[in-house]
Design a binder for this molecule. Structure first.
Ligand SMILES: Cc1cc2nc3c(=O)[nH]c(=O)nc-3n(C[C@H](O)[C@H](O)[C@H](O)COP(=O)(O)OP(=O)(O)OC[C@H]3O[C@@H](n4cnc5c(N)ncnc54)[C@H](O)[C@@H]3O)c2cc1C
Length: 299
């Protein structure tokens, strides 16, 4: 194995200087879950491991005056899951993370590490994309914000340049009447990564019709997917069972699905139909949509 130096700076600028000078030879370490596994299997051979946990700015979790929830790069899944701030701002994040891996992994792994790893079989990118969250990137060249939907480019590929550090994830507040749901489908064990994940956001207008809607499918292909033309069709319509069926079928026809050890491409496509419908019904219920229309439906 190549010589590898391990450093744990306490100053953010020092981290940026190391990434600027070492480029792809430097690997930032958040929780270290992924880094440890890939090192052990000889899949990466960095010259420099830069631990982030000692940099105070990266441990911030706050709601800013703009209403944005800011989750710093060294915040663990478990800290997000248990945070009262998160539970009042974006409860779906806590709900989703409670279903990720097991408590031992969640105590160690971070949300930012999960996004940067960009494993297609992940839960957070799907939910964060549906919430309209952004990734904050910082380098000596400056700061930029990239929507989560554009950050994950494909399997293990992100929009991050080697000299950039992800400092935080920024989650905007949703309107109070919005209903949000995330459903995870596992095929192997309760602790497994998703074979499929569907996030739905539904905002009703005063007449009980759809003012805004988002649907993101994760773990079906190599990155989270939404189908804007299908969502466009739904705006202004009542979210009844007929529309749920139309949207679920359209998504099943449009998203890319892959075959792997968790499911075949065909089975995934069938499950997209089922889980898009279920996630929509649950989001609608949480938005009070069916109750306004006098109907009743179970997810
Ligand atoms: C048994 C097991 C089960 C799991 N189950 C699930 C599951 O059900 N769902 C799911 O979504 N995930 C699952 N995971 C993944 C887990 O949630 C972690 O998010 C993930 O492994 C990485 O988190 P980490 O903080 O340890 O990242 P690290 O290992 O520290 O880093 C991961 C990658 O991101 C880079 N990186 C980290 N921080 C930064 C930064 N600030 N800026 C730039 N680059 C950075 C690193 O260089 C590395 O390339 C599972 C993992 C295990 C081991």
């Amino acid at each position: 194995m190549m010589d590898c130096t391990v450093v744990a700076p306490t100053v953010l600028d020092e981290v940026l200087a190391l990434l600027a000078s070492a480029g792809e030879d430097a690997v930032p370490v958040a929780g270290g879950v992924w880094v440890t596994l890939t090192l052990r299997h000889g899949l990466i051979s960095p010259r420099l491991l830069v631990h982030l946990r000692r940099v105070p700015e990266l441990g911030r979790m706050v709601v800013e005056p703009t209403g944005e929830l800011v989750i710093g790069a060294s915040i663990t899944h478990r800290a997000v899951e248990r945070s009262s701030l998160v539970r009042s701002h974006s409860p779906i994040l806590a709900e989703m993370l409670a279903e990720v891996a097991n408590v031992r992994v969640r105590e160690q792994a971070t949300l930012v590490g999960n996004l940067c790893e960009a494993d297609p079989a992940s839960d957070p990118p799907t939910v964060l994309a549906a919430l309209g969250a952004s990734v904050e990137l910082l380098s000596r060249r400056g700061r930029r914000l990239v929507p989560v939907a554009d950050f994950v480019l494909g399997a293990y590929q992100t929009a991050r340049a080697p000299d950039e550090l992800v400092t935080a994830i920024r989650v905007p507040p949703l309107p109070p009447r919005a209903g949000v749901a995330y459903l995870k489908f596992r095929t192997r064990s309760h602790e497994d990564r998703p074979a499929l994940g569907v996030a739905a956001v539904v905002l009703p207008d005063d007449a009980g019709r759809i003012a805004a809607i988002d649907l993101v499918v994760g773990a079906a292909g190599d990155h989270p997917q939404r189908v804007p033309s299908v969502l466009e069709h739904a705006r202004g319509l009542p979210l009844d069972e007929e529309l749920v069926t139309v949207l679920a079928s359209a998504y099943a026809g449009a998203v890319e699905t892959v075959s792997d050890l968790r499911a075949s491409a065909w089975y995934r496509r069938e499950m997209v139909r089922v889980f898009v419908a279920r996630a929509l019904r649950l989001a609608a219920k949480r938005a009070g949509l069916y109750y306004q229309q006098g109907g009743s439906m179970d997810a």
